[in-house]
Design a binder for this molecule. Structure first.
Ligand SMILES: [Zn+2]
Length: 89
């Protein structure tokens, strides 16, 4: 089964409420606010309290996504901490 990750409004900070905010470093917080990192609705795990998958979406010079799928990331690109965020559904 393939499930393409596409940006939808509830993947963008402001389109959802946090249950658990990103808190490892300020750069990561900024990356969500600046719409550089997005939060998928998919959850990494089976428990209701597990964390949402996060991904980045490379854009071309017109702002269109270069790929159909985002690139999931599991660790903060700045400080290396495992990303653990949860949004309210
Ligand atoms: Zn960090």
């Amino acid at each position: 089964m393939t499930s393409a990750i596409r940006i939808s409004s509830d993947h963008v900070e402001g389109g959802f409420k946090w249950v658990k905010k990103p808190d490892c470093c300020q750069q990561l917080k900024n990356a969500f606010e600046e719409r550089f990192i997005f939060v998928a609705s998919m959850v990494d795990g089976e428990e209701p309290n597990d964390y949402n998958l996060v991904y980045i979406m490379p854009l071309d010079d017109t702002g269109e996504p270069v790929r159909k799928k985002g690139i999931a990331i599991s660790h903060c690109p700045w400080c290396g901490t495992g990303i653990s965020v949860r949004k309210k559904i």
